[in-house]
Design a protein around this ligand. Structure first.
Ligand SMILES: Cc1ncc(COP(=O)(O)O)c(C=O)c1O
Length: 348
């Protein structure tokens, strides 16, 4: 088992707070297959309220949440989903949706920061007459982008894409695994982003600090069918109220402190940029992620993560770069430790 002094591999590595552990121990529970776990139901109602959607479903992972949503919009095997190639659904999950639902992707290359434009989406949704075999059921957007910089999508760009999709009669799903980070950085309410999507998912297990869980949100009829798909995909997780109790705390206490993670990421990014000139533009750090190019060091990203690891600092390799993610368990001192580790790597 790996153990780090400072674990920046992801914001999924957080451990539950004392308050979460107490709430988990005391949680009222029932069988979620039957829909009678009171804590799960309370969490789902709260998620629907926050996102401004009619209903929500608590599921074990962000992947399952996306896959339920994709399945809800799916109209036929071999149909396409329009998405940016670095997005989680079009990269990590590409085989999940192929296996579970027979869905393929029409990828639209973004600006290097995971963002696509309404004009690109319009072109991607144009029918391929006279053959008419390429049918898109859905546009899937990601905010923030987890593989392309933790980038925030502009709400106006969102609106423009939604308009284009609506004109083409195609729904929009938002992979909002880190939508609360987007909201903290932009000042745009989560409900405003959600208002531009037919369905969305967000994770409580990432920046918000809960140990496990994600929520799919959408219309009441969609979530009724979504509940069936959740069971179909093996997600009927019985007394899940134990986890919903921690998720409720994450949802109330998590969003208000995300700016601290963003400030620490910004400080870390600025320091790495100074230690390794050319590794990153400090202005590219918009939320809780720092992506550093290791070419200026003459090392592969893996060599750098190995050397950081030797000093007790965990980082991961994502999109050909070293990715470091700040979260609730990273303190100011942790950031200083990571900076010192980079200094030592660069000095060799
Ligand atoms: C943007 C995005 N969507 C979806 C997921 C999937 O979440 P999970 O790991 O809970 O399946 C991730 C995971 O990191 C992600 O970054």
């Amino acid at each position: 088992m790996k153990s780090f002094r400072v674990d920046l591999r992801s914001d999924t590595v957080t451990t539950p707070s004392a308050a979460m552990r107490r709430a988990m121990a005391d949680a009222d529970v029932g069988d979620d297959w039957f829909g009678d776990d009171p804590t799960v139901n309370r969490l789902q109602e709260r998620a629907a309220e926050i996102t401004g959607k009619e209903a929500a479903l608590f599921v074990p992972s962000g992947t399952m949440a996306n896959q339920i949503a994709l399945r809800l919009h799916f109209r036929g095997t071999g149909h396409l989903v329009v998405a940016e190639p670095l997005s989680h659904v079009a990269s990590t999950e590409v085989m999940s949706s192929a296996v579970l639902s027979g869905i393929a992707f029409r990828t639209v290359p973004g600006d290097g920061r995971g963002r696509i434009t309404a004009e690109q989406v319009r072109a991607a949704l144009e029918p391929d007459e006279p053959y008419d075999v390429e049918i898109s059921d859905l546009v899937c957007l990601e905010n923030t982008s987890g593989h392309a910089g933790g980038t925030v999508m502009d709400v106006e760009d969102f609106r423009a894409i939604r308009k284009v999709a609506e004109e083409a009669g195609v729904a929009v799903h938002l992979d909002g695994a880190r939508i609360f980070n987007a909201s903290a950085a932009s000042g745009v309410d989560v409900a405003e982003y959600a208002g531009e999507a037919d369905t969305l998912m967000f994770c409580v297990s990432k920046g918000l600090g809960a140990p496990i869980g994600s929520l799919v949100c959408g219309g009441a009829d969609q979530m009724r069918e979504g509940r069936r798909v959740k069971i179909l995909f093996g997600g009927a997780w019985r007394q899940a109220g134990v986890l919903a109790a921690a998720a409720l705390i994450a949802l109330e206490e998590g969003p208000g402190r995300l700016h601290e993670d963003h400030e620490r990421a910004s400080r870390l990014g600025a320091a790495v940029a100074e230690i390794v000139p050319g590794s990153l533009d400090p202005g590219s750090v918009e939320t809780n992620m720092v992506f550093a190019d290791t070419e200026p060091l003459g090392m592969t990203p893996l060599e750098v993560t190995d050397r950081l690891e030797a000093q007790g600092v965990g980082a991961s390799v994502v999109s050909g770069k070293v990715r470091m993610v700040t979260h609730v368990d990273i303190s100011d001192a942790g950031v200083e430790t990571a900076i010192a580790a980079w200094r030592s790597v660069a000095a060799r």
